[in-house]
Design a protein around this ligand. Structure first.
Ligand code: TRP
Length: 333
């Protein structure tokens, strides 16, 4: 018996990194055993701010799918699919757009922040402005009960819930399901430079596909406590990336606690802590890297997994869409 339906997705605009792993990939691997899970490559959403570079989105369809397979998302258990090839999603989006005001869209905190980051000013692409409504359609067309996301996505889930309630109330049928966010246990992973977020545009990521050498270089250069100049000095662990990463990925909690204590007391050098972090990360990333390399040898097979997954998703979405049309009384014949 499955414990409910899960839908998540990623914009295919770059390779996935440790932040994605801690934030959601690891939990997807666990959740796929007991839930009906859909994982979506949100290419249409990616195009809302990459319309000039469709090739960037296209390239990353394969890269992100390789990342999924590498971490252990199993296509026998999880339906992996491409958003733009499921026409019921934009169809439902059109009807949802009538249930939300322009003013509400403008005040979505996620969108406000992203508009700032992208420097759109007044010239926000209309498609970008409405992507939360499109995302609501992604989620509800599969009747998802749970959406594993990072905190930054909560305002979008809130808007989804509003749309579901409005739809069900207006059309007097409990067709659509209110989704719940599944927040990751790990706080957001900072970049290796200590900036709040690991992000490709900031060039501060450790990618799942990075070579062992690259990971070693990145860990060596990682931001720690800038005031910790000599080994004897007491060091700070707050905001110290090396310890934040150890908290996120090391399984030997006692050892980490001991190191933290020693570091704060003084006498534990950054290089020792970094060496341990590197061990932890290589142990995590080695098998991922190996699986990725194996799949990468057969891109045809990977694309076939996507094609099959997309067929399954398209059919599931179509079934909901018919219920939607019926509830709206626009199922003419
Ligand atoms: N907006 C999400 C992100 O930027 C990607 C996404 C698109 C998504 N559709 C979704 C996530 C549906 C969860 C559910 O990461």
């Amino acid at each position: 018996m499955k414990k409910g339906i899960i839908l998540t997705g990623d914009r295919p605009t770059g390779k996935l990194h440790l932040g994605h792993y801690a934030g959601s990939l690891a939990s997807r691997v666990k959740l796929q055993d007991e839930h009906r899970q859909f994982v979506m490559l949100a290419d249409a959403q990616a195009l809302t701010d990459n319309a000039e570079h469709p090739e960037k989105v296209r390239e990353n369809i394969l890269e992100v799918t390789l990342d999924y397979l590498a971490v252990g998302i199993d296509p026998k258990k999880t339906t992996i699919f491409v958003q733009s090839l499921v026409p019921s999603i934009p169809e439902l989006t059109m009807y949802f757009l009538n249930l939300v005001t322009w003013n509400r869209l403008k005040h979505n905190p996620t969108i406000k922040l992203e508009i700032q980051h992208r420097g759109f000013g007044e010239d926000v692409p209309a498609g970008f402005m409405v992507y939360p409504v499109n995302q609501a359609a992604d989620i509800t067309i599969f009747k998802a009960d749970f959406v594993p996301v990072g905190e930054d996505q909560l305002p979008i889930l809130e808007q989804t819930t509003e749309l579901v309630r409005k739809f069900n109330r207006l059309y007097k049928k409990e067709v659509l399901v209110e989704p719940k966010a599944l927040l990751s246990q790990v706080a957001r992973l900072p970049g290796i430079d200590g900036k709040a977020k690991m992000s490709k545009s900031l060039n501060n990521t450790i990618n799942l596909s990075d070579s062992a050498d690259d990971v070693a270089k990145k860990v060596k250069g990682m931001y720690t406590d800038p005031g910790h100049l000599r080994v004897e000095d007491p060091g700070k662990i707050e905001g110290n990336c090396v310890f934040i990463y150890l908290d996120a990925f090391a399984t030997d909690v006692e050892k980490v606690a001991e190191m933290k204590e020693h570091y704060q007391r003084g006498g534990l050098g950054d290089s020792v802590v970094k060496k341990y972090l590197l061990e932890v990360l290589q142990a995590l990333l080695d098998p991922i890297r190996k699986r990725r390399e194996a799949w990468a040898k057969d891109p045809g097979a990977v694309m076939e997994i996507l094609r099959k997954g997309t067929d399954v998703a398209r059919e599931a979405a179509h079934v909901t869409m018919q219920e939607v049309r019926e509830a709206m009384k626009i199922n003419y014949f």
